[in-house]
Design a binder for this molecule. Structure first.
Ligand code: C2E
Ligand code: CA
Ligand code: CA
Ligand code: CA
Length: 280
């Protein structure tokens, strides 16, 4: 048994090393992509129900790979986290999104969506200087801190004390906190007592099965009661059909996001939509 255990251990080590080599290679590619300007940001509207008006835009990153075309964040963000590149990359994302949002605000005033959301990973929250970096980015772009929403997952926050301290420092700046993919982590409800969240983004998996008397509908109803009771804002994620939007509204949801309302848009597309709305 000892022999077998030892053998397995060796295989495991080999696989780990291989993963680390693959990570290192992709990590280097990501580093080059950041230097070469191969990342781009798209923005997905969050809308009010039932009118579908834009209230906010969530920033989502894309990688324009020179040979492989567009690569989605689900593939490269985890690698950027493991290699630490997420720290400079995250700073670029934040600064680019804030500069972009400030530009739309200058150009369209009240016609621009009030808020901009930026996803922040666990690794960033554990960086001791993160809140200071956010403060500097806000100062450099002149963007109103109260209009920035930092989206974090339950898992990232649950990771420990530093993450909570960071969130508290962000709140002190006036920044608002959204708990992303809410309901899919391990400590959703308990976290509401310790995490200074303003917004719960109810995960798509609950929205998907919301029709009829499903378990998801029961959970989605409970979640809206919790958010109302705690004076938080609920946003339903991944709304793909008019039927889902209607059901959510009936359950008490007032904010939603998803392909039914809009796909993520390039800055040019956002600009064109705001322009069209401003001449109505
Ligand atoms: P997320 O923050 O939960 O973002 C929502 C994801 O769902 C986005 O995928 C969005 O395009 C997609 N989505 C929106 N509406 C619908 C819908 O109606 N149906 C379906 N099927 N999907 C919808 P995306 O852009 O591929 O991002 C995936 C994840 O990658 C994000 O999940 C987030 O965790 C991470 N991510 C994206 N951008 C960033 C970033 O700038 N920084 C960090 N740290 N993570 C990011
Ligand atoms: Ca998000
Ligand atoms: Ca989400
Ligand atoms: Ca997600």
């Amino acid at each position: 048994a000892k022999e077998r255990g030892k053998g397995r251990h060796t295989v495991y080590d080999a696989r780990l090393e291989q993963d680390q080599a693959a990570d290192a290679q992709l990590g280097a590619e990501l580093r080059r992509a950041l230097d070469n300007g191969d990342f781009t940001l798209v923005y997905q509207p969050i809308v009010s129900l039932p009118d579908g008006k834009w209230t906010s835009l969530e920033t989502l990153i894309r990688w324009k790979h020179p040979d492989r075309g567009f690569i989605g964040p689900d593939i490269f963000i985890p690698i950027a986290e493991r290699t630490g590149l997420i720290v400079p990359l995250g700073d670029w994302i934040l600064r680019t999104a804030l500069a972009q949002a400030a530009e739309w605000q200058d150009r369209f005033g009240a016609g621009a969506p009030g808020e901009i959301g930026v996803n922040v990973s666990a690794r960033q929250l554990r960086e001791p200087g993160f809140a200071a970096d956010v403060r500097a980015a806000l100062a450099d772009t002149g963007f109103d801190p109260e209009k920035l929403v930092v989206e974090v997952t339950e898992t990232a926050v649950f990771d420990g004390g530093i993450a909570l301290d960071t969130l508290q420092n962000l709140v002190t700046l006036g920044v608002r906190i959204a708990l992303d993919d809410f309901g899919t982590g391990h400590s959703s409800l308990g976290l509401l007592r310790t995490c200074p969240a303003d917004i719960l983004k109810v995960d798509k998996s609950f929205v998907d099965g919301i029709g009829g008397r499903s378990e998801e509908a029961v959970i989605a109803t409970a979640m809206i009661q919790i958010t109302n009771g705690l004076h938080l804002q609920a946003i339903a994620e991944g709304v793909e059909t008019a039927e889902q939007a209607d059901t959510l509204f009936r359950l008490g949801y007032r904010y939603a996001q998803g392909y039914h309302f809009s796909r993520p848009l390039s800055p040019e597309q956002v600009h064109a939509q705001l322009e069209a709305a401003s001449v109505l």
